[in-house]
Design a protein around this ligand. Structure first.
Ligand code: ADP
Ligand code: ADP
Ligand code: ZN
Ligand code: ZN
Length: 779
């Protein structure tokens, strides 16, 4: 027997966890295992894994490395937990709040760029007589490496005759040069040309080519004396003016003007084109003169990682060591189904799931051991064909001597765990207890567990009748990213699932559905982008519910007596809000070396309002307390306020009853943001035929939540609308009327429609990576 304070105790022991909805949780989890946290949305999994275990590890770390950070720790608050023993240092790989900066790329996120630069610096082939370059000289983000022409941007703005002169049948006097400024300035330029001897009355297209070239593009700025002709009855004196070509004028305005309107006008006459000096590679010529295996670093960075790995072989000893290191670091990225990405791919164009898996692959080489990794649904965006590889990677982290704690819903990942912590049974107030903690198989006897019902009951649901489409929507031919003239047909009035491995082209295909397509009244994209980027937006502001709440408060007797209108109850305008935090409830704390963090405002304690506003209450609660209610409690509280009840009802319908009304947008996961958007769409009750597009709507959802969501989506189709989802969850795909399977692989190995048809048919399709997994769940 080990006691909690025994240093050899192999367990992380949590006692009295009360973060968020946790009800004094006690749980013991072995170290050095893959432990999976399960439970319905809002049950408290993240509060336990991230809010308690990870937060406590981080707090201890801060205290040990940065004593000056104590004040911050004090402000941010330690997790509400009695005690945790046996806790190793923690590393978190979380999806929410991990927005990368625009200059980062796959290469920088994985550190592979550094290694590739090292390879070029040390083992590249240099032109005869050239000096060896430092590895910095191969980075477009350093002064040493950036192309001097475009400053490392890879693009330059240029203009063309077609843009500057849209209608060549006009003469200069008639306004042929559309890019010229209006009024006096434009007239002046015309008079200067006239004085220079150009014919300003001939149609533009009849002017000799070299004249047109000079007028539009010259870099000369001749000073000319203009002798104005008698203009009606005004007599002007001769004056001197400086001519400036149309290009010069546009470029100057674009780069110098402070007026947004002028800048926008100038931009209409510009196109961006790859920089002529570096060809878009962003690097200076000296760096591009160096090659490895006959290719420049820019060429290698543009290749899919799978292909790059195939080219990295060393001749010299140095090259051998460096290429081996690179290949061994690319391997886990490829294993995690991301071999179609290239190093130069900009990080902001990656999905949250892709980014997390990249970070995960990178961790494999960090050489850390004895830490606990805390992950948030690493299967997000992953095709079932790649789940096995994910488990292998997690297993390797564990074998290297670490603990791996993951919050997951994907049943294959859950089955692969060594240890399971099931939280529940319900969401919010109805959850917050650990129902089971132990090996996976023994969960079966835990009756209360929603997870147990899905994990052990493998019988497919009853067969659904496939709907007859009301018509077809043709999309394409699409040639974009890896799609080559792909044409897809989407059935109208039906439910379509788009499937395929990561990188096969699913998002690219449905991204084409942007215009209001013919035959459809409206297109509604319900994506996972945040509903707001600051703590100022939350679900109440997003859905319009907060407008109703403010009206309710303004209508109370107390508010009327004090003359408080609806604006008084807003935290976004001065008046009722706390001025210290300007209604954010939080202040941002900047800390040396660490990412900036939000800490509760010391003035209002996070309430967001000033004390006078908080004196007004409605049925015993002030506005801050109302914002603190969960959707579920608010639904009871506002049951007799129809406008509020309606929007709260739709939020309950999509399984968000556990969210608090004022929960800042920055704290919501992608899946939650998506369901909020869906709810506010449902609330509008559209009558016109609408096409709803959803990208992996089951992300973050327990199978029990998926069932609820599917009921809503089928309800939309039954009401005559069209639903298209990108999905990896085969139980959802099996319930669709139509499946479009892309692939067969990712990147250049994909981009085709491998199969299309009702799920029964696609489940039998040859050469489809999806078919075997779909077949398993078909009734
Ligand atoms: P899960 O990870 O199981 O989906 P969470 O741990 O995120 O659940 O949420 C559990 C409960 O705690 C929910 O009722 C949720 O609204 C609440 N909660 C989550 N984050 C916060 C927060 N930052 N402040 C207060 N309550 C929160
Ligand atoms: P899926 O949605 O099936 O995961 P995507 O449509 O995102 O696939 O990607 C298909 C291909 O297009 C991949 O090779 C991917 O790297 C490429 N791709 C996707 N988005 C971009 C982008 N913004 N810039 C460049 N390439 C992209
Ligand atoms: Zn350049
Ligand atoms: Zn404040």
């Amino acid at each position: 027997m080990h006691s909690p304070h025994d240093p050899y105790d192999p367990y992380v022991r949590v006692r009295g966890a009360r973060e968020h909805n946790l009800k004094g949780v006690d749980v013991d989890i072995p170290r050095d295992v893959l432990a999976v946290f399960t439970g319905v949305s809002g049950s408290g999994k993240s509060s336990l894994a991230f809010g308690t275990v990870y937060a406590e590890a981080q707090r201890r770390y801060f205290e040990s490395v940065a004593p000056y950070a104590r004040r911050l720790i004090h402000q941010v608050g330690a997790p509400k937990v009695g005690e945790i023993t046996g806790l190793p240092p923690a590393v978190s790989l979380q999806q929410r709040r991990s927005a990368p900066t625009s200059r980062s790329s796959v290469g920088t996120v994985t550190n592979l760029s550094n290694s590739l630069r090292m390879l070029f610096s040390r083992a590249g082939d240099y032109p005869r007589g050239a000096e060896r370059l430092d590895s910095d000289a191969f980075s477009p983000n350093t002064a040493a490496g950036a192309c001097p022409q475009c400053h490392g941007l890879g693009q330059v703005h240029r203009t063309t005759e077609e843009l500057l002169v849209p209608d060549p049948s006009l003469s200069i006097r008639e306004g042929a040069i559309a890019a010229w400024p209006g009024a006096w300035q434009g007239k002046n330029l015309r008079d200067l040309l006239d004085a220079l001897g150009y014919d300003v009355d001939r149609p533009w297209r009849e002017l000799p080519a070299e004249q047109r070239e000079w007028i539009l593009f010259t870099d000369e700025q001749p000073v000319v004396t203009v002798h104005p002709v008698r203009d009606a009855d005004r007599i002007q004196r001769p004056y001197q003016g400086t001519y400036m070509s149309a290009r010069r004028y546009v470029m100057k305005t674009f780069s110098d003007t402070k007026s947004a309107t002028l800048r926008a006008k100038a931009e209409r006459f510009l196109t961006s084109a790859p920089c002529p000096v570096c060809g878009g590679s962003r690097l200076r010529p000296e760096a591009l003169a160096v090659t490895f295996g006959g290719r420049t670093i820019a060429e290698l960075a543009a290749l899919p990682l799978t292909d790059l790995a195939g080219l990295l072989h060393g001749g010299s000893e140095t090259a051998r060591v460096l290429t081996e290191d690179l290949r061994s670091r690319i391997a886990p990225v490829v294993e995690l189904g991301l071999g179609y990405l290239s190093l130069d791919r900009a990080a902001p164009t990656l999905s949250a799931g892709e980014l997390q898996r990249l970070r995960l692959a990178t961790q494999l080489r960090s050489g850390l051991f004895g830490v606990v990794y805390v992950l948030d649904e690493p299967s997000a965006g992953l095709h079932p064909a790649d789940t096995e590889a994910l488990l292998t990677v997690l297993d390797r982290l564990k074998t290297a001597g670490n603990s791996v704690f993951v919050v997951e819903h994907h049943l294959e990942v859950v089955r692969g765990a060594d240890w399971l912590v099931d939280v529940g049974p319900g969401a919010g107030e109805h959850g917050g207890r650990v129902l089971y903690s132990g090996p996976v198989a023994e969960l079966a006897s835990t009756e209360e567990s929603a997870t147990a019902r899905y994990l052990f009951d493998e019988a497919p649901g009853p067969a659904r009748e496939v709907r007859e489409p009301r018509g077809w929507l043709t999309v394409g031919p699409v040639t974009r990213h890896n799609l080559r003239a792909v044409t897809a047909e989407f059935p109208l009035g039906a439910f379509t699932a788009v499937t395929g491995v990561s990188g096969s082209g699913k998002s690219t295909l449905i991204g084409e559905l942007t215009e209001e397509p013919a035959g459809v009244g409206r297109l509604v994209r319900v994506d996972q982008k945040p509903i707001g980027r600051t703590p100022r937006s939350n679900l109440a502001t997003y859905t319009g519910l907060f407008d109703v709440v403010r009206k309710v408060f303004a209508a109370t007797d107390a508010a009327r007596e004090r003359g408080y209108g609806v604006g008084r109850f807003s935290f976004n305008v001065a008046g009722g809000r706390c001025e210290t935090c300007q209604g954010e409830g939080f202040v941002s704390v900047e800390l040396l070396f660490l990412p900036s963090t939000y800490a509760p405002c010391q003035e209002c304690g996070g309430a967001r309002y000033n004390p006078e506003t908080l004196q007004v209450s409605y049925r015993g609660r002030n506005v801050a307390e109302v914002l603190d209610l969960t959707v579920e409690d608010a639904a009871a509280f506002f049951a007799d306020v129809p406008a509020a009840a309606r929007s709260l009802g739709t939020l309950l319908d999509v399984g968000l009853g556990y969210l608090r009304l004022g929960q800042p947008a920055t704290e919501l996961s992608g899946g939650e943001a998506q369901r909020i958007k869906l709810a506010s769409e449902l609330q509008r009750g559209r009558r016109a035929h609408t096409l709803y597009l959803l990208d992996e709507p089951t992300t973050g959802l327990h199978p029990a939540d998926v069932e609820v969501l599917m009921d809503r989506l089928h309800g939309l189709v039954d009401a005559g609308h069209t639903v298209v989802v990108v999905e990896h969850d085969m139980t959802v795909v099996a319930e669709a009327d139509w499946v479009i399977d892309l692939g067969p692989g990712g990147g250049d190995r994909g981009g085709r429609i491998v199969a299309a048809g009702p799920p029964q048919r696609v489940a039998r399709a040859e050469g489809s990576a999806t078919a075997p997994y779909l077949a398993r769940v078909m009734p």
